[in-house]
Write a protein of this length. Structure first.
Length: 464
């Protein structure tokens, strides 16, 4: 059983649970029968539906056993509360991989991409572990911890929130040696009566779990830097700054768009460096330096970190680009930013699009940015300034909030408006021409991905 992730005896010891049925070993953990692998432990969490209803299906698909809170079919570990049992497994996995250096990343913008960029460097340096997708909440963090192999040398975890008090227990679970707050912005502010200040304090909760003498990687250009730095210092952290300020340990001097990405110029610990990345967004100047400083804090040297960044491709829905061939001839460039959006990220990608060279037009298709509360209409209308500064040729909008932007735009920039992304998608798809650069951006809940999918489907290769 030495090659297993967990044995049933180890799970019982970690959770204090009662083992029923035959002893077993598991190679992975699953909370979803749709993605279960042979030898997984199925964790019967309560959700929209009770996970216990799916245990027999999980066993039929190859699960070795389950973590459950009542008598079930097959081998199982019975615990009073399945989520608490998962948390206990996560803590036990952290403790048994005692030599692992752990990092944790949060921020209002780009934390998933930043986490995955750091994980690329950790993987190059040795046995590593990382969050997948956006597993950053009260389920995703303990699940990621519990999936950590016992021989892990380095690991990085994404930690998110949409209310105060959510990051604190998660960072205490991870107990990171290095943390990063990438940015603070008007995200989830409908849940914070004091707006961004409340968001900043919630992000600062990440320092609560920092190991003594740990490192806090902070954005010196962020308006909330002083608040974050004070909280980090109070937690005993060593502060490492990235940004454009001359005092930064990692100072960005320039980022230039080039074919296939960008070229970053920086001064890192007094040494001038230039390196290519596969990301085209201007915000990746800061992100790259944050990633390098996190990698360094977790024992990855600068040269290896730069090599990792140079190989890190944009994630789906987070800036991935493709050339889409048109049946009528020629092609256009699709920039898919459809996974999520907030005012900070929206302005950043518009600025990046404005800096690009295009043979044809620069077009954006924008859907609602969600969870902004009563200031949502105003924040949408204010995007008009970024649109104008970027020199966007045509703007397509969908959603009741984006109507505020639409009403603010001059007639010459208005491409089209619809109440939903489903209604807008064919209008955008019929408008694109060869040489255009088309960016799709919006919150996941406002279905921006529907527009991106409609544009990708224009590809003559997909039409055969």
């Amino acid at each position: 059983m030495t090659g297993s992730l967990w044995t049933s005896a180890e799970i019982a010891k970690a959770t204090g649970g009662q083992a029923v049925g035959a002893d077993f070993e598991v190679m992975g953990l699953s909370i979803d029968t749709r993605s279960i692998d042979n030898g997984d432990l199925f964790i019967a969490l309560a959700g929209v539906r009770d996970g216990h209803e799916f245990i027999e299906q999980a066993l039929a698909k190859g699960a070795a056993g389950s973590l459950a809170s009542r008598a079930v079919a097959g081998s199982a570990l019975l615990v009073p509360d399945v989520l608490v049992g998962l948390e206990q497994m996560g803590i036990a996995a952290r403790n048994r991989a005692s030599a692992a250096l752990r990092g944790a990343i949060t921020g209002s913008v780009g934390k998933t991409s930043l986490t995955q960029a750091v994980s690329k460097g950790l993987a190059m340096a040795g046995r590593s572990h990382a969050s997948i997708k956006s597993y950053n909440n009260h389920i995703g963090v303990p699940l990621t911890l519990a999936r950590m192999p016992r021989d892990t040398e380095r690991a990085v975890f994404e930690i998110g929130m949409n209310h105060a008090g959510e990051i604190d227990p998660l960072t205490r679970m991870v107990r990171p040696h290095a943390v990063c707050v990438s940015t603070v912005g008007p995200v989830h502010i409908e849940n914070f009566p004091d707006g961004e200040a409340g968001v900043a304090r919630a992000k600062a909760e990440i320092f609560a779990g920092l190991e003594p003498g740990g490192t806090a990687v902070l954005n010196a250009d962020d308006r909330w830097f002083d608040l974050l730095a004070a909280e980090a210092q109070a937690a005993g952290a060593k502060i490492v700054r990235f940004g454009t300020n001359v005092a930064c340990e990692a100072r960005l001097t320039d980022i230039q768009p080039v074919a296939g990405g960008a070229l970053v110029h920086a001064v890192i610990h007094g040494k001038s460096v230039s390196f290519p990345i596969l990301q085209s967004g201007a915000h990746w100047g800061h992100n790259s330096l944050a990633a390098l400083m996190m990698m360094q804090a977790l024992g990855v040297d600068l040269d290896m970190g730069i090599a990792a960044l140079g190989a890190f491709e944009p994630l789906d829905g987070r800036g991935a680009e493709r050339e889409v061939g048109l049946v009528k001839g020629g092609s256009f460039t699709l920039i898919d930013e459809s996974y999520n959006a907030n005012p900070l990220s929206m302005k950043a990608v518009l600025r990046s699009l404005g800096e690009r060279k295009a043979v044809g037009r620069k077009i954006v298709a924008l859907t609602d940015m969600l969870e902004l509360g009563e200031v949502g209409p105003r924040l949408h209308a204010e995007i008009a300034g970024a649109v104008a500064a970027a020199g966007i040729d045509q703007v397509y909008c969908s959603g009741p909030l984006m109507k505020s932007l639409w009403d603010t735009l001059p007639p010459t920039q208005r491409g089209g408006y619809a109440m939903t992304a489903v209604e807008l998608a064919p209008e955008v798809a019929s408008a694109v021409e060869a040489g255009d650069v088309v960016m799709v951006k919006g919150s996941n809940g406002s279905k921006a991905s529907v527009i991106a999918a409609a544009l990708a489907a224009l590809d003559r290769g997909e039409r055969g």
